[in-house]
Design a protein around this ligand. Structure first.
Ligand code: CTP
Ligand code: CA
Length: 225
């Protein structure tokens, strides 16, 4: 095996990567969102393309430019991300959900801008759950042998939380990051443990997101039927 630049082990494969963070609109000017920059998902797309894959990158609200040679689908909400990922996954060999998907969305969308009412307290914000795209992809595989990968940012008992999440989501691999105080969100570097449904555990030391991405593709490629 050569360096990443000369590897072509993903040639002939179609991989789908989701990136960024979804935004759930409240009214025409406001949304519920998160701080995901999209850097990890874009790094996954770039490294897969460099290894010969055909790549569909479903990017939610990321400012980053589309990597060369990657098919980029830009989306806003979790519902839009779900639709784009499920469509692209139909003929994919692997799907990697690196996007930060909003767990909830406002129950109602106000067509006009929400106004303050004079001297009145605000209405409580009612939320409803978004579908779990990763669990859906894992449970109803679009193709036999399709490899599904999730990401999880955890605090506290990071590995135990990760194992429980992997089992709940039924994905093949779960990339677990520890978050807190400036870690991961918007950072150039990342540290992770990749948990496998087969019980495997691969530690990836603190380093560039491209290195973690290549490790993820190594673990994916090992699992291709
Ligand atoms: N995910 C998804 N659809 C959702 C929420 C999350 O596909 N509605 C995916 C993310 O893209 C990620 C993985 O699930 O790959 C784990 O996300 P995470 O937020 O850690 O998992 P949750 O099940 O939402 O658990 P938590 O309550 O810890 O947020
Ligand atoms: Ca969540």
């Amino acid at each position: 095996r050569g360096t990443a630049a000369e590897r072509t082990d993903l040639t002939g494969r179609h991989v789908v990567v989701s990136a960024g963070g979804t935004r759930e609109p409240l009214d025409p000017v406001r949304f519920l969102g998160n701080r995901s920059s999209g850097k990890q998902g874009f790094a996954l797309a770039r490294t897969a393309a460099a290894r010969g894959a055909r790549v569909t990158l479903v990017a939610a609200n990321s400012e980053l430019p589309g990597p060369a040679g990657v098919d980029v689908v830009r989306v806003g909400t979790a519902a839009q991300l779900r639709e784009a990922v499920l469509e692209a996954a139909a003929d994919a060999d692997a799907v990697v959900m690196a996007a930060a998907v909003a767990d909830f969305r406002p129950a109602a969308y106000a067509e006009g801008k929400i106004k303050k009412r004079k001297d009145a307290e605000p209405e409580p914000l009612e939320l409803v759950r978004n579908p779990d795209i990763l669990a859906e992809l894992s449970t109803d595989r679009a193709r036999a042998g399709q490899i599904v990968v999730g990401f999880a940012a955890e605090t506290d008992d990071v590995l135990a939380n990760g194992r429980a999440k992997l089992a709940r989501k039924r994905c093949d691999l779960l990339v677990v990051n520890e978050v807190g105080e400036g870690k991961t969100f918007g950072a150039e570097e990342n540290e992770a443990v990749v948990l496998g449904a087969d019980g495997s555990e691969t530690a990836v030391p603190y380093g560039p997101k491209d290195v973690l991405s290549d490790k993820v593709w190594d673990l994916v490629a090992l699992r291709f039927p």
